[in-house]
Design a protein around this ligand. Structure first.
Ligand code: KG4
Ligand code: ZN
Length: 347
């Protein structure tokens, strides 16, 4: 059976090679993700050179599997959507080149997709069409902690961002201090399950209201929190070595208390933004949106404030191509396609 609205999506902006087929923006027909996490783990973070080469090895097989698992032939497709920005340039170019070749060979429109806009689209996929936008969108990933006004599909206007680390980056760095592997978010979340979130009090950054009153500015910062955890582990001697992971006392309590501080900072300012901007809907997206504690606390705070909060299904929080193929559909309908001269951009 053919579906008129089938889009093939391709994602290769960071350390996941992914392809997916989605119908009409929301019906997932297949999703294939090859993660390079193990290749980067020894370095404690993504190595661009390794990422680019791995994408080259994987991209063909990943796309083929996505088509096979969806039971779709090229002739059934309406377009090829691909992440063109932002990301690691050498990685983006692999997916973009593959998408161009396929669009040319199959005579299909090429649809450039902004990776962050696609993350936000993933949070709307389970909502009925009339209940998606406008919204306040919180994007929390390894590279971003940003609040946006989301007017419609692919329409984001930034409201506030992090002054230093992204929330996911803070998870990754604190995981490293605690001797947990990369990526750190899932490892901290798992360890925190056995810990007490109130065991230690770590700082929750919030910009001060202006002197003489007025609207309190929005903004995130995780460097103070990260330093507080570091000093907690080393004691007050800045030159002391970080203790070996196995000898860290109450490691689960540290993980749970750190996670709680990140979650509280994200929840407070997201709710503030929605109330101040008078938006009733909150969309949360990006790898950190997978965090169970964040989903719980933001969901509860939103209901208490008379707001709704939507998260992507857990598998579609971290990098995937369903969000690319999904957003590709409304972009195609809006005529936002590109020629084969389309370039990738790291920003
Ligand atoms: O969106 P994503 O897959 O890649 C980027 O575009 O950055 O996000 C990856 C980030 C990593 O920093 C990872 O540690 C974090 O998301 N992450 C989590 C969880 N799962 C992934 N952070 C907290 N809790 C989780 N369960
Ligand atoms: Zn991402």
């Amino acid at each position: 059976m053919t579906d008129e609205r089938l889009i093939l999506g391709i994602e290769s902006s960071c350390d996941e090679t992914a392809a997916a087929v989605v119908a009409g923006g929301t019906e997932v027909r297949s999703s294939v993700v090859h993660t390079q996490a193990a290749e980067h783990a020894v370095f404690g973070g993504v190595v661009p050179e390794i990422a680019g080469r791995s994408h080259v090895r994987e991209i063909h097989g990943v796309v083929q599997r996505a088509l096979d698992e969806a039971g779709v032939r090229p002739a059934d497709l309406q377009g090829v959507a691909v992440t063109s920005r932002p990301g690691l340039i050498g990685s983006l170019l692999v997916g973009l080149s593959a998408a161009k070749a396929l669009a040319f060979k199959w005579d299909l429109p090429l649809i450039p997709v902004h990776h962050i806009e696609a993350h936000v689209w993933a949070a709307t996929m389970e909502a009925p069409a009339e209940a998606r936008f406008p919204a306040i969108a919180l994007v929390v990933s390894g590279g971003h902690t940003t609040l946006f006004l989301a007017a419609g599909p692919g329409q984001l206007e930034p409201l506030a961002t992090s002054l230093d680390d992204a929330a996911g980056e803070a998870f990754d760095k604190v995981a490293w201090m605690l001797g947990l592997g990369y990526p750190g978010g899932p490892a901290i979340a798992a360890l925190a399950e056995d810990g007490d979130p109130r065991a230690f009090h770590f700082p929750r950054y919030r910009p001060k209201p202006p002197r003489g009153g007025g609207r309190r500015p929005l903004g995130f910062s995780f460097s103070g929190l990260k330093t507080a955890v570091l000093y907690h582990l080393r004691g007050q001697d800045a030159l002391a070595a970080t203790p070996p992971p196995e000898s860290i006392p109450r490691r689960a309590d540290v993980a749970a208390s750190f996670q709680e501080a990140v979650v509280d900072a994200l929840v407070a300012q997201t709710i503030d933004a929605a109330l101040e901007e008078r938006y009733e809907r909150i969309l949360v997206a990006g790898g950190v949106a997978r965090n169970r504690r964040l989903r719980e606390k933001l969901g509860a705070a939103a209901s208490a404030a008379g707001l709704s909060a939507n998260f992507p299904a857990p598998a579609f929080c971290t990098d995937n191509a369903v969000m690319i193929a999904g957003l590709g559909w409304p972009l195609l309908v809006a005529g936002k396609t590109a020629g084969l001269a389309l370039d990738a951009s790291p920003r």
